[in-house]
Design a protein around this ligand. Structure first.
Ligand SMILES: NC(=O)c1ccc[n+]([C@@H]2O[C@H](COP(=O)([O-])OP(=O)(O)OC[C@H]3O[C@@H](n4cnc5c(N)ncnc54)[C@H](OP(=O)(O)O)[C@@H]3O)[C@@H](O)[C@H]2O)c1
Length: 283
């Protein structure tokens, strides 16, 4: 019976598919566009099926004959609002176990403007009648790929808060936690928060990318006002304000959780390792 991976063409989903295939599992990958280059790049043994969360009934072919699925909380750029409907369709189709990759900041209230759109899905997962596992990672190492164009063309990263400290997490470690929750017993009802093993300051991440590509990368620190202008065409306004608010707490994201090592039995990968593996993205 295949394991259904949604978000299979994405950062975490891609690693999840590779790890499940390597472990000998049959994988069915969901995408809105099976003809896209990202879908075509999925491993040859993977069954690729079309479906769109925005129209839950389109998931019927993907859910057929599936008892375990991974749900990424995405609808285009925004949070997934059709989650309850998708989970009910999954339950009716015979799905018994779901892993949910999403966003949560437990220190913020349900009516916080950033958190509010995510919380109904958390409750829908918990009330789905399925064996569920939430996976709420820290900041992804892969977010630094947003710097790739500036590094390739000018050798520069322009961003605010050079001292911002974050326990950046490798996508393969998030995926490894999900593999465990999908394929082993004992993870139902758990909330995992994968982080990296060491907090990394933003200016140090820039330096480590330079070391990985073999040439120095300059860090130009922006003021919050300059950052607003720099990001305005790339992120929604409320997300920009959230990024800027986080910068007021330079050590706020530096908390290292034990979850990756506890769940997978291996320490999390470092940012230096991630940068070496992804150096070509920045060359
Ligand atoms: N980035 C971070 O620092 C961070 C931190 C904590 C939590 N997260 C969470 O991580 C998740 C994102 O993971 P990621 O970065 O691996 O994703 P990603 O690389 O941005 O890829 C998004 C995936 O979602 C799929 N998708 C988007 N809209 C869809 C729709 N309407 N129907 C079906 N599939 C759809 C896309 O598939 P197709 O395009 O092929 O259809 C793609 O595979 C989000 O839940 C986010 O809240 C991220």
């Amino acid at each position: 019976m295949p394991i259904l991976v949604t978000g299979a063409t994405g950062t975490v989903g891609g690693s999840l598919v590779r790890q499940l295939v390597a472990a000998g599992h049959d994988v069915r990958a969901l995408t809105r566009d099976p003809a896209s280059p990202a879908a075509a790049a999925l491993s040859s043994g993977v069954e690729v099926v079309a479906g769109d969360f925005a129209r839950p009934h389109t998931l019927a072919p993907a859910l057929r004959g599936v008892t375990r699925m991974h749900l990424v909380a995405m609808d285009g750029y925004g949070p997934l609002t059709t989650g309850a409907e998708i989970l009910e369709l999954a339950r009716q189709a015979g799905v018994r176990r779901v892993t949910h990759l999403g966003h949560n900041d437990p220190s913020r209230a349900d009516d916080d403007p950033i958190e509010a759109p995510h919380r109904p899905l958390h409750r829908a997962v918990e009330n789905s009648g399925l064996e569920w596992t939430h996976v709420f990672p820290g900041e992804f190492m892969a977010n630094t790929r947003d710097w790739a164009a500036g590094i390739r063309t000018e050798g520069v990263v322009r961003a605010p808060f050079g001292d911002w400290n974050s326990a950046l997490v490798h996508e393969a470690d998030i995926a490894a936690v999900i593999v465990a929750a999908l394929t082993e017993d004992g993870h139902a009802g758990r909330v995992y928060q994968p982080t990296g093993p060491d907090p990394v300051r933003r200016r140090d991440a820039v330096r480590m990318i330079g070391e990985a590509i073999g040439r120095p990368v300059r860090f130009d620190e922006l003021t919050p006002e300059q950052a607003r202008a720099h990001w305005k065409d790339h992120y929604p306004a409320e997300v920009i304000e959230w990024f800027l608010e986080m910068g007021r707490y330079p050590d706020g994201n530096g908390w290292v959780a034990p979850d990756v090592e506890q769940v997978t039995g291996r320490p999390g990968r470092t940012f230096r390792q991630w940068a070496a593996e992804h150096a070509d993205d920045f060359r």
